[in-house]
Ligand binder design. Structure first.
Ligand code: ATP
Ligand code: MG
Length: 367
């Protein structure tokens, strides 16, 4: 699956354009603040119905305009799919797939698997636990609609339950919610644990390939309720809820469960969040995204589209040279860089058979 054509009518600072992309590598260069990340963001939006930079749809509307509107054509070996997304304040967001209005936006998730690497991802390795949970939620939702359903159910039940604990809703139904919380919560935790193992199967090799040193890079899953065997997670969660009853009443909220999970990242036994240099964070993120791509491909039999925003920023020569090699050549990749990166790559003669674009003041030009 790849994005064959992107039609921008109105989106951030981008000028209206219809652009065809290579099914393999697409380089997008330009000076700062020209619209490179905006372009990447538009592609991400088409695949996941939301931005990776903002939760406010209005931010995506060009300044002093009323709406945004983008469309894309995705191609598989045999089939093409057409996705259109628009937003304005009065009607909200509307999504069409092949001409049909989508009522549940989450139905889009998983159809066009996508992975982004962007400056915002530093939050995954250096930010609070919620950022890491979000990373795993997006990845797992794209690889399994069951996970997405469980996540939606869990969030809903959690909200109800917290309302009861906070005294805002009738108490008599707490038991009913508990059962649902435990069942969906346990499945989320098992999925996360399996996913961490799967990613770890790639991380050390990828990280070592980038740094040419035998580092170990791994993720440790620290669920809010500890467990040894996956088949017993529900029992442990149930017991933990019972034990937490008085604390919950005092605090007025649910204090155990996957919404309190933590994932720790280690480079050779040192926690990345505490000790990592900027380049180490970036190298870890590149390895993480490459591993994510492998896992998504394996699980969905569909190569994810890769958006590598400012791939070369913060990396030294050695790591820059290795970075792209971690990603499957057969995938469609969008790589952005500054004009300086462009000059460097021209010098190195490494821009052979790729499609290259220049973005200038919101205008996308093929070179
Ligand atoms: P850098 O190399 O610094 O990352 P970039 O090319 O990725 O630059 P973008 O993040 O794509 O730059 O932003 C390009 C410009 O778009 C910025 O100047 C920004 O102010 C502008 N911009 C952002 N949102 C909107 C909007 N809603 N309407 C109009 N312009 C916008
Ligand atoms: Mg940018």
């Amino acid at each position: 699956m790849f994005l064959n054509r992107l039609e921008i009518q109105k989106f951030r600072n981008l000028q209206p354009a219809t652009v065809e992309y290579s099914p393999h590598r697409n380089y997008i260069f330009g000076d700062n603040a020209q619209g490179k990340t905006n372009l990447i963001e538009a592609i991400y939006l088409l695949c996941l119905a939301r931005s990776f930079r903002t939760r406010d749809e209005i931010d995506l509307v060009p300044f002093s305009q009323e709406y945004y509107l983008i469309e894309g054509e995705f191609l598989d070996e045999r089939i093409s799919h057409h996705v259109g997304i628009t937003y304005d304040v009065t009607h909200g967001k509307q999504i069409k797939i092949d001409g049909k209005r989508l009522t549940q936006f989450s139905r889009l998730i998983g159809l066009f698997p996508i992975i982004v690497l962007s400056a915002d991802d530093y939050e995954i390795t250096s930010g609070p636990p919620a950022q890491r949970r979000r990373f795993f939620n997006v990845l797992l939702s794209q690889s399994s609609s069951r996970y997405l359903d469980d996540l939606k159910q869990y969030d809903q039940v959690l909200k109800q339950r917290n309302a009861i604990l906070a005294g805002a809703a009738e108490n008599s139904t707490l038991d009913v919610w508990d059962e649902q919380l435990v069942q969906s919560g346990a499945r989320l935790m098992v999925s996360r644990s399996v996913m961490v193992d799967e990613l770890n199967g790639y991380l050390a090799d990828f990280y070592s390939a980038m740094t040419s040193k035998r580092w170990t890079f791994r993720i440790a899953y620290h669920p809010s309720v500890k467990f040894q065997h996956r088949e017993h997670v529900a029992d442990h969660l149930q017991a933990a809820l019972k034990r937490a009853a008085s604390v919950e009443r005092r605090q007025g909220k649910t204090v155990v469960g996957p919404h309190r999970d933590e994932f720790l990242f280690y480079i050779s036994d040192n926690e990345l969040r505490k000790f990592g240099s900027r380049g180490e964070h970036k190298s870890a993120l590149v390895s993480l995204k490459a591993a994510e791509a492998q896992v998504l491909y394996k699980r969905t039999e569909n190569r994810p589209i890769l958006l590598l925003d400012d791939l070369y920023a913060e990396l030294d020569n050695q790591r820059s040279l290795q970075a792209l090699g971690l990603f499957d050549r057969a995938s469609q990749i969008f790589i952005t860089g500054t004009s300086l990166d462009y000059a460097g790559m021209l010098n190195a003669g490494s821009l052979g058979d790729q499609t290259t674009f220049m973005v200038e003041n919101g205008k996308i030009n093929r070179v």
